[in-house]
Design a protein around this ligand. Structure first.
Ligand SMILES: Cc1cc2nc3c(=O)[nH]c(=O)nc-3n(C[C@H](O)[C@H](O)[C@H](O)COP(=O)(O)OP(=O)(O)OC[C@H]3O[C@@H](n4cnc5c(N)ncnc54)[C@H](O)[C@@H]3O)c2cc1C
Length: 248
């Protein structure tokens, strides 16, 4: 596909794919390079899959509160794997939707990692190992944000989770500490379905809590992961091509 474009967009998240669609609609020859998943963090690992989890948690809360309305229901049971699978499936569906929109608009999509070689020249290391060179009159850099690793709480994918680890979990932890009380932290705290009596999730803490790690380490019980939202790209899932594989 080596070639000249009017607009080259690097990054297929909401910032990038919408810009590419608009440029193509305006008649500009447009290419978009995405190294992981079209739809970016929002569709694949952020806004969308977390809403699916929130919806499940909210449904559980409503069922449990039904008695107060005079509706008798048996204690519901939660199939956590199915809850998580649905969240991934919703993300995957929207990811395919973005691919369809871009195709329909005539945007040339390349799967790979883009890097500047010169002012207007970009080299793309494609997912299949090959390379492409692209020239564009205008380049839009929409590569998103990176999550921050906290020195006291490095991610290990087991006890200390990034948002991606949390979205790939196959087992509901018995207790959970959410570090960070922004919108994302609040959502994770609210979306943990409490399936067993005695399981807990904390209110999000304001900052990093270094005491958590030593305490967990000294515990003989199964370690409790702390979800650290908005942190560095997780090692797990990072290199994987499809969302299914990523969570497999
Ligand atoms: C858990 C979570 C929940 C969230 N919930 C919400 C919410 O409810 N509402 C809301 O508004 N926002 C939410 N956000 C924030 C939202 O996800 C981001 O604001 C949004 O994704 C930013 O879009 P973007 O296009 O700038 O970047 P991104 O979505 O990060 O996309 C950037 C893309 O660029 C690609 N890329 C990076 N470098 C290269 C390269 N060199 N070559 C090729 N491709 C590259 C990446 O793979 C990525 O797909 C949430 C975030 C998280 C983590």
């Amino acid at each position: 596909m080596a070639g000249e474009f009017d607009v080259l967009v690097i990054g297929g998240g909401p910032g990038g794919y919408v810009a590419a669609l608009r440029a193509a609609q305006l008649g500009l020859r447009t290419a978009l390079v995405e190294r992981e998943h079209l739809g970016g963090i929002c569709l694949n690992w952020g806004c969308i899959p977390t809403k699916s989890l929130l919806h499940a948690a909210d449904t559980l809360r409503r069922i449990r509160g039904a008695d107060a309305l005079g509706i008798a229901v048996a204690e519901p049971s939660v199939d956590f794997v199915r809850v998580m699978d649905r969240s991934r499936a919703v993300a995957q569906r929207l990811n395919r939707g973005v691919a369809h929109l871009l195709r329909k608009a005539g945007v040339a999509v390349l799967e790979g990692h883009a890097a500047f070689e010169a002012d207007r020249a970009v080299r793309v290391r494609l997912a299949d190992g090959n390379e492409e060179r692209l020239q564009a009159r205008h380049t839009i850099i929409a590569t998103g944000a990176r999550a921050k690793t906290l020195a006291q709480l490095p991610f290990d994918g087991e006890r200390v989770w990034s948002y991606r680890d949390a979205l790939c979990a196959r087992e509901l932890p018995r207790s959970l500490i959410v570090v960070g009380a922004g919108a994302i932290g609040m959502e994770f705290a609210a979306s943990t379905p409490r399936s067993e009596p005695g399981s807990r999730s904390s209110r999000p803490s304001r900052g990093c809590c270094p005491a958590v790690t030593p305490k967990c380490r000294s515990s003989s019980a199964r370690p409790s992961p702390a979800t650290v939202s908005n942190c560095a790209p997780a090692r797990a899932c990072e290199e994987q091509k499809s969302i299914r594989q990523a969570c497999g």
